[in-house]
Design a protein around this ligand. Structure first.
Ligand code: NDP
Ligand code: 8X3
Length: 255
């Protein structure tokens, strides 16, 4: 394997993907805003004997994202995989109570950030003659839920973009996959609610996915033979059917 770019590697699914691919002896190219965390992660993963390049990048900054890709050392080429993982939700409530700043953060990170880096990486993959772009979507992109409005819309946009991208890249030998999880216990809910106690309650009373479960799914998609493209992989806890139906909240209400 060559190098794997992972956006948002300072926490959760991105960090677990970094560990999963380091175990496979892939070189890593990581970003996030919290550089101190990337530094600690790189220190830890060096034990696998892989090269690790990391940089503080805000995925909302198009120039910063382009500069990040331009800055990649030649010895980290080729880029086998881009994992578009950086993303977040802010708030949960009716649209008319929405906070513009939160909307912009979600739209600019979850949609535009993915666009910026994907645009920058595609020419490298085209020149190599192969590559794999894996984006972390969500079940929220398949079916919206009450109060999820803007977050769900960003993930629905990503779902559509992946389909377009697959068509745009026909004939290039570049694979396009989305891995769409349900409930994963990470910092996601803490970021969404800005409230650690409320965040904990999201995961109480059922067994959510771990970030490692999702990293395993991403790794599975990435390690199929090159003639195999998994378009979409949906992964939820056994106790969760979709965003609105799970064992904890629904079992007693079945008709
Ligand atoms: P975490 O909050 O644990 O991790 C989010 C990561 O994204 C962090 O590393 C964060 O780094 C990074 N990030 C956020 N904003 C930016 C930005 N502007 N620029 C660069 N990096 C950024 O959550 P998860 O691991 O759960 O989330 C990862 C992805 O998985 C997201 O796209 C999320 O929508 C998706 N997902 C999560 C689910 C869940 O239940 N947890 C379910 C379905 C999908 P930093 O703050 O340091 O910049
Ligand atoms: C995160 C999962 O159901 O909270 O995308 O939106 S959900």
């Amino acid at each position: 394997m060559g190098s794997v770019i992972i956006t948002g590697a300072s926490s959760g699914i991105g960090m677990a993907c970094a560990e999963r691919f380091a175990r496979d002896h892939c070189n890593l190219i990581l970003n996030a805003r919290r550089e101190d965390r990337l530094e600690r992660l790189a220190e830890r993963l060096k034990l696998y004997g892989v090269a690790i390049y990391y940089k503080k990048v805000d995925m909302r900054d198009s120039d910063g994202v382009t500069a990040f890709i331009r800055s990649l050392p030649q010895d980290l080429m080729p880029i086998d995989i881009l994992i578009n993982n950086a993303g977040l939700s802010r708030g949960l409530g009716p649209l008319d109570a929405g906070v513009l700043e939160d909307w912009n953060e979600m739209i600019d990170t979850n949609i535009k950030g993915v666009l910026y880096i994907t645009r920058a990486v595609i020419p490298l993959m085209k020149a190599q003659g192969y590559g794999h772009i894996i984006t972390i979507g969500s079940i929220a992109g398949h079916e919206p839920y009450p109060g999820g409005n803007v977050y769900c819309a960003t993930k629905a946009a990503i779902k559509s973009l992946n389909k377009s991208l697959r068509m745009d890249l026909v004939g290039t030998n570049i694979r396009v996959t989305s891995v769409d999880p349900g409930m994963v216990e990470t910092e996601f809910s803490e970021v969404r609610f800005r409230d650690a106690q409320r965040a904990q309650k999201v995961y109480q009373g059922l067994k959510p996915l771990t970030a490692g479960d999702v990293a395993d799914a991403v790794h599975f998609c990435a390690t199929r033979p090159r003639h195999v493209n998994i378009e979409n992989l949906v992964i939820t806890p056994t106790q969760q059917v979709n965003a609105m139906i799970n064992d904890r909240d629904y079992a007693g209400k079945k008709p």
